[in-house]
Design a protein around this ligand. Sequence first.
Ligand SMILES: C[S@@+](CC[C@H](N)C(=O)[O-])C[C@H]1O[C@@H](n2cnc3c(N)ncnc32)[C@H](O)[C@@H]1O
Length: 440
Amino acid sequence: MQKGRGRTSRIRRRKLTRSSESRGVNESHKPEFIELKKWLKDRNFEDTNLIPARFPGTGRGLMSKKPVREGQMIISLPESCLLTTDTVIRSSLGAYITKWKPPPSPLLALCTFLVSQRHAGEQSVWKPYLDVLPKSYTCPVCLEPEVANLLPEPLKTKAEEQRTSVQEFFASSRDFFSSLQPLFEEAIDTVFSYSALLWAWCTVNTRAVYLRARRRACLSSEPDTCALAPYLDLLNHSPSVQVKAAFNEETGCYGIRTASSCRKHEEVFICYGPHDNHRLLLEYGFVSPCNPHACVYVSREILVKYLPSVDKQMNKKISILKEHGFLENLTFGWDGPSWRLLTALKLLCLEAEKFACWTKVLLGEVISDTNEKTSLNIAQKICYYLLEETTAALQKVSHMKDEKVSLINQLALVETLWTEELKILKAAAETLRSLQTTLV
Ligand SMILES: C[S@@+](CC[C@H](N)C(=O)[O-])C[C@H]1O[C@@H](n2cnc3c(N)ncnc32)[C@H](O)[C@@H]1O
């Protein structure tokens, strides 16, 4: 047999290609990671089998040195390594927080600590952690307005809300920041600038783990559930793994146990939650290709776009949908229109003489063949319309990439989101085509 033509070598070649595509480049030799490891070791962190690496698809993350078994604890971080509101209260900021009325929120306490520690530079005991934190973020609040403007609805609206909320957070915190002036030589406005607070806000929002702290009188009553977990927060997200994360009171460690195995030298993932791509972009600043939870949202305007123009019951139908929460979260997914979208369409297409059956429609009962066919037909028209819109949006992004080279990274992110939406709509259109042939 000729060398390299057999089944074994084919399998070997396939494995090699697969692993070289996803293989990370080890970054554990980088000075910032050596320092971070030392810092963690001083706080009783026991080294894991995970090393920092850069991966082609996901960027910086953690790679396994050895195979990871199902059910294995992948990382366990002693409490002394965690940055919580306790850490903040114990610091020099504590006295100022305790004095300030109304009490600052737990989020403000964490952000203030991050900004002041970053400002302290070499003097900060948290320096090794701060040095590995991203310098900038890609959550919508950080996107240039002209890039954010290219986001699909309703993400664009949420992005605007996020920007307003961070701006208000900054505006409402300025008096508190002023009270900290005695701690700094520089003018407080230069230390606690909008960009410094934005960086801290994104750090907490994209990296914190969920850890409930006891209520403290010196902080406001908003939930105190965020903790920063150095090193552990290098783990990237995959929608297809399952993990259990919890603080163990006995060991005094915050640990992550995985339910998914992983081969040696592969990226180890955790799951941030069953989030669609809009939520991943909004909260974490990235998009997950082939995300099973990804979907394309259908706005109210598009929902009614292809309905018969004369329907005396239309206003009543819309009110029923509104009352029962059927005008929100109407989507197309990889397997076609969602149940909610189809149900809303079935109600909107309901024949005049069948109107009395509207409750049955909302409960998922089949009313008539005509109703089934018409609603599928409209779903298909909406799907084709969205396919055209998505293609146009992609062209717009592509033109802008040529014109605004400085925004290329932000535009690439938006492009990935639209590309995923295009894939979903194509899959949904295919499903609708086959559903219609079965109904004929
Ligand atoms: C908890 S951190 C994970 C470590 C991060 N990659 C780093 O270099 O510090 C979360 C951030 O990682 C990035 N991220 C996580 N999962 C990702 C993925 N599957 N693909 C691309 N970026 C991802 C996003 O920027 C997200 O805000």
